[in-house]
Design a protein around this ligand. Structure first.
Ligand code: NDP
Ligand code: MG
Length: 386
């Protein structure tokens, strides 16, 4: 029987990588639902090429335009994922930001396996995600490359055997920038990641190093270790994604080309021995590997690390502030360096503790804290409450 799969965020970087795998394995895979926001050209192309049963388009204008002007025989169009009831063997979640939390919960209830790329949903709502997954017997597989690696490395090991877990960071485009250069960063430079081809939000997060902060929180939730177990190290080649150091004295790491096709296709089918065929250029030799400490001057955001576990909802606040700041930077409203400055300003706000200290027990509470942090960030940018 064909595997039924859905992809949330199908027109994005992870979504398209997943579809590349689907097309190679078309006789074994059938597409239930694709979800995207507004990229009308890619949405039409995907409907024509993959003929999904359903396509959810969240942007109302784009949805109306498609509904009025196009007829698709095999695909039903929706504006809201809540109307989708089909059951899936597997769902890939790749909508950036907290926007993916509610759809993630909806699809967990309808999928045997969830391949979760979105880190923001894990950071803010892991307790809810994991309890819904348990109730509906859905297996969650992280496909963020570091977390995919950690999951592989921890197989057949007990929790108490682990001494330390290192998450590698390439350092992004500004690893070797001088302080003078850091002051004049342009949007296009920040989007130009040297090793990975990714969507805009995660590319900016990689350039500031916020991506690693979010990944450490993500890893601590997924693998139930305290934040102190994790350390970020610079590894410019992006070939090793995580290293687990065991108390026995050995360390293990996972090495693969920086291409998301590897974790995604492995998570779809562990026994897939065709993965190398998908890769454009195969490496035949193991390259030299370099590891070093983070040059903190270029990544002031890493000063957040000791503050992350002070209060239970600090991660929700940091994530919300960062989502606003990345968007403002991408709209040319603030400089690259002010992304980290504003995050620290939000953490110094007089109401910060009141919100951070709350343990968000349900979606309403998560979104209440998130809204406060978003509004406070906007106020700081507009210089209202300084
Ligand atoms: P992209 O920006 O490339 O793609 C985002 C996708 O989500 C697009 O299909 C977009 O639609 C859709 N989308 C955006 N907002 C909404 C919304 N509100 N409702 C429905 N669909 C929406 O992102 P990436 O693929 O790079 O990243 C996706 C997630 O995976 C992120 O959380 C990221 O952190 C994580 N991740 C990504 C990696 C990568 O290599 N790219 C690696 C590890 C993790 P449209 O195009 O129509 O706007
Ligand atoms: Mg990653």
């Amino acid at each position: 029987m064909k595997k039924k799969i859905s992809i949330l965020g199908s027109t994005g970087s992870i979504g398209e990588t997943t579809l590349k795998i689907v097309i190679k394995d078309y006789k074994n895979i059938e597409i239930n639902t694709l979800i995207a926001n507004s990229n009308i050209k890619k949405i039409i192309q995907q409907i024509r090429k993959f003929k999904p049963r359903n396509f959810v388009i969240t942007n109302v204008n784009v949805f109306n335009k498609l509904k009025l002007n196009y007829k698709f025989k095999k695909t039903k169009l929706f504006n809201n994922y809540e109307k989708i009831r089909d059951k899936n063997d597997l769902t890939v979640i790749a909508i950036p930001g907290l926007a993916s939390l509610k759809p993630t919960i909806h699809f967990i209830k309808k999928s045997k396996k969830i391949l979760l790329a979105n880190k923001e949903a894990i950071i803010c709502g892991w307790d809810i995600i994991s309890s819904v997954a348990k109730k509906y017997k859905s297996t969650i597989i992280p496909i963020d490359s570091e977390h995919f690696s950690i999951a592989q490395l921890l197989k057949n090991h007990e929790h108490q055997e682990v001494e330390k877990i290192f998450l590698t960071a390439s350092g992004g485009p500004f690893l070797n920038f001088t302080q003078k250069q850091m002051k004049k960063i342009k949007i296009q430079q920040a989007l130009n990641h040297p090793k990975w081809s990714m969507g805009k939000k995660i590319s900016i997060d990689s350039a500031t190093m916020m991506n690693k902060i979010l990944e450490i929180i993500e890893a601590s939730k997924l693998f139930s270790f305290s934040l102190k177990k994790f350390k970020i190290i610079i590894h410019p080649q992006s070939l090793v994604h995580a290293i687990v150091k065991f108390k026995s004295g050995i360390s293990k790491f996972l090495y693969h080309k920086p291409d998301m096709i590897i974790p995604i296709s492995y998570a779809i089918n562990e026994k897939n021995n065709q993965i190398l065929k998908y890769l454009k250029k195969n490496q035949n030799i193991v390259e030299n590997l370099n590891f070093s400490e983070i040059p903190k001057k270029n990544f002031p955001i890493t000063n957040l690390l000791p503050k992350l576990d002070k209060y239970p909802s600090t991660p929700i606040i940091i994530n919300a502030a960062n989502e606003i700041l990345v968007d403002q930077f991408l709209h040319n409203k603030i400089s690259f360096n002010s992304i980290s400055k504003y995050i620290f300003k939000v953490l110094k706000d007089k109401n910060y503790k009141k919100y951070a200290i709350q343990k968000a027990k349900n979606l309403n509470e998560i979104f209440k804290i998130d809204s406060w942090a978003r509004q406070t960030t906007i106020d700081k940018i507009l210089n209202k409450k300084q």
